[in-house]
Design a protein around this ligand. Structure first.
Ligand code: FPP
Length: 249
């Protein structure tokens, strides 16, 4: 399988971001409570993290909980928080064994205290791992992230008594939760919805978008491979002409 061209390191996306959608519909189709869909969805998280590590993807970002998700029924929010905590506690050793560093983006201080503590601990304990980063977007809103960055820039300028607030893309990028890290090359969204849903809006300026009808709990390594195969066929021009791109190959 490693000889397939789309799996060669030079052709792989360095950073894959995923909007994991369809847990609720998966459960409803089976007459199960929505939370069963999320539970199965966290099994998929484990499988896809493992597959990404095997394939050699350097950075994986998963949209696990948006700021808008706080408006869901309290019982579902509580269950999601418990699932997240359970995932962090039960999979920490696996992250360490696979040399995977955990990171988080979002308004982490709005998570329940116990989840925050478990998250902070796992981030700290895996900070030396370097084969792959797994970033969980939690209580995340891209507009919120951009506003937080703007407000941070203003506060920093005021603290230094700087009269003007001129920034370039690089310095702004470093003020985001993603802290100047590599932007996603490929975004995958499951469940047949064609939206970005307030996810990494700044970072995805040149990201390739891939949509699949598969519901997240049904998404398997084979589906990830299909997305990578499709990515391999895309021509990324970053605003240049085809001839210019071909000349640099
Ligand atoms: C979207 O499906 C999914 C979420 C809002 C939560 C995603 C959470 C998990 C995959 C499990 C826990 C996460 C980790 C990292 C262990 P939906 O409920 O909106 O589905 P629907 O559109 O079919 O209703």
């Amino acid at each position: 399988m490693d000889s397939l061209p789309y799996l060669q390191d030079s052709h792989l996306p360095r950073h894959v971001a995923i909007i994991m959608d369809g847990n609720g519909r998966w459960a409803q189709e089976k007459n199960l409570p929505r939370i069963e869909g999320h539970r199965q969805g966290s099994e998929t998280v484990e499988a896809i993290v493992e597959a990404s590590r095997e394939i050699g993807i350097a950075h994986l970002t998963l949209y696990a909980f948006s700021q808008e998700n706080w408006h869901r029924p309290q019982v579902e929010v509580r269950a999601l928080m418990q699932l997240l905590k359970h995932f962090l506690l039960s999979k920490k050793q696996k992250l360490l064994d696979n040399d995977i560093r955990l990171l988080a983006i979002g308004q982490i201080d709005s998570l329940p205290q116990d989840v925050q503590q478990t998250l902070t601990r796992t981030i700290k304990d895996t900070r030396h791992c370097s084969s792959m980063t797994l970033t969980l977007a939690l209580s995340y809103s891209s507009r919120g992230e951009i506003l937080d960055a703007v407000n941070l820039a203003i506060r920093q300028a005021m603290a230094k008594n700087e009269p003007s607030l001129l920034m370039d893309e690089k310095s702004f990028d470093q003020l985001l939760y993603t802290d100047g890290r590599v932007p996603p090359d490929l975004l995958i969204r499951t469940s047949g919805e064609y939206r970005i849903s307030n996810f990494l809006l700044w970072q995805m300026a040149y990201t390739e978008l891939y949509f699949t009808d598969k519901l997240w709990p049904d998404f398997k390594k084979e589906d990830l491979l299909l997305a990578l195969q499709e990515y391999y066929q895309r021509e990324r021009r970053f605003g240049r002409t085809r001839e210019q791109v071909l000349a640099t190959c």
